[in-house]
Design a protein around this ligand. Structure first.
Ligand SMILES: Cc1cc2nc3c(=O)[nH]c(=O)nc-3n(C[C@H](O)[C@H](O)[C@H](O)COP(=O)(O)O)c2cc1C
Length: 232
C-alpha cells in the first residue's frame, strides 16, 4: 500500500444524505403507502442512491402512531414531555430532507399529517421538502396547503408531483375496498419524481452548512420571548 493509499483509506466517506419519505395518510385501505413505495422504487434507481450518497428512510405515520397532540408546551419551545414526542423528534432530526406523500382530504392534507407536523418545530427547520400529492382532482390543493405549513416550520418546499386518482391509478370500483385499486402513474410522472429528488439533493447539500451556522440561534428567539409567548 502506498502512502497515498494509506491516506486515502483513512479519509472517511461523508455520510449519505437521508431523505425521509413520509406516508401522510393512516386510514385502512389508504393509497398513500402504495404511492410512497412507488417513490422509493424510483429513488432506488437514482444515481445518488446507487452511489451510496443518498438514503431514503420510510416514515409511515400509521406505524409511528402519534396520538392527537398531547404536549403541554408548544413545540417551538423544544421542551418535550412524552417519550413518543422525543422518539418522533429523533426520527425527524436524523433526516436531511423529506418527501411528503399526501392525499388531498377536503382541499387540504390529512389530519394525521398536520398533527405529526405540529408535534415538532426546529426539527423541520432549514430542510428541503418535496411533495407527492394525489387526489380525485390531482391533489394540488393539498400540496399548496402543505407548502404554507412547511414555510411556517422553516422548511423549504422545492417542488411537487401531483397524481390524479382518475388518471394515475387503475381501479374497478372505488366504493369497494376489496376491489383492485393500484397506483399506475402516467409516463411523465417518474421523470418528475427524479427531478424532484435532484432538487432535494441539491437543496439538502446547500442547506446543511446553514443548519450548522444557525444551530446556536435556532429556537433561541422563542425561548427568550417571555411567559406569554405561544410561538413565533
Ligand atoms: C376524507 C376525504 C376527503 C377527500 N377530499 C378530497 C378532496 O378535497 N379533493 C380530492 O381531489 N379528493 C378528495 N378525496 C379523495 C382522495 O384524495 C382519494 O380517495 C385518495 O385515495 C385518498 O388517499 P388515501 O387512499 O391514501 O387515504 C377525499 C377522500 C377522503 C377520504
Amino acid at each position: 500500500m502506498t502512502i497515498i493509499d494509506t491516506i486515502g483509506s483513512s479519509i472517511s466517506e461523508p455520510s449519505p444524505l437521508r431523505l425521509g419519505v413520509i406516508v401522510g395518510a393512516t386510514r385502512p385501505g389508504r393509497k398513500a403507502a402504495q404511492v410512497a413505495a412507488w417513490v422509493r422504487d424510483l429513488a432506488a434507481r437514482h444515481p445518488q442512491v446507487q452511489a451510496g450518497r443518498l438514503e431514503l428512510r420510510p416514515i409511515d405515520l400509521a406505524e409511528v402512531g402519534l396520538p392527537l397532540l398531547d404536549e403541554p408546551v408548544a413545540a417551538a419551545f423544544g421542551d418535550y414531555l412524552h417519550p413518543h414526542t422525543r422518539t418522533w423528534a429523533e426520527t425527524i432530526r436524523a433526516c436531511d430532507g423529506f418527501v411528503f406523500v399526501t392525499p388531498e382530504y377536503n382541499h387540504s392534507i390529512p389530519a394525521a399529517l398536520k398533527n405529526a407536523l405540529d408535534y415538532l418545530y426546529t426539527e423541520w427547520h432549514h430542510k428541503p421538502a418535496g411533495i407527492v400529492s394525489y387526489g380525485l382532482v390531482g391533489g394540488t390543493r393539498a400540496a399548496q396547503h402543505l407548502r404554507t405549513i412547511l414555510l411556517e416550520l422553516k422548511s423549504v418546499p422545492v417542488g411537487e408531483v401531483t397524481l390524479s386518482v382518475f388518471e394515475d391509478f387503475t381501479y374497478t370500483d372505488m366504493t369497494d375496498p376489496a376491489s383492485p385499486f393500484e397506483v399506475a402513474p402516467r409516463d411523465h410522472q417518474p421523470p418528475a419524481v427524479i427531478e424532484l429528488l435532484d432538487h432535494l439533493v441539491a437543496y439538502a447539500e446547500a442547506l446543511a452548512p446553514l443548519r450548522v451556522a444557525l444551530a446556536p440561534i435556532v429556537g433561541a428567539t422563542v425561548a427568550g420571548a417571555g411567559g406569554d409567548a405561544t410561538g413565533p
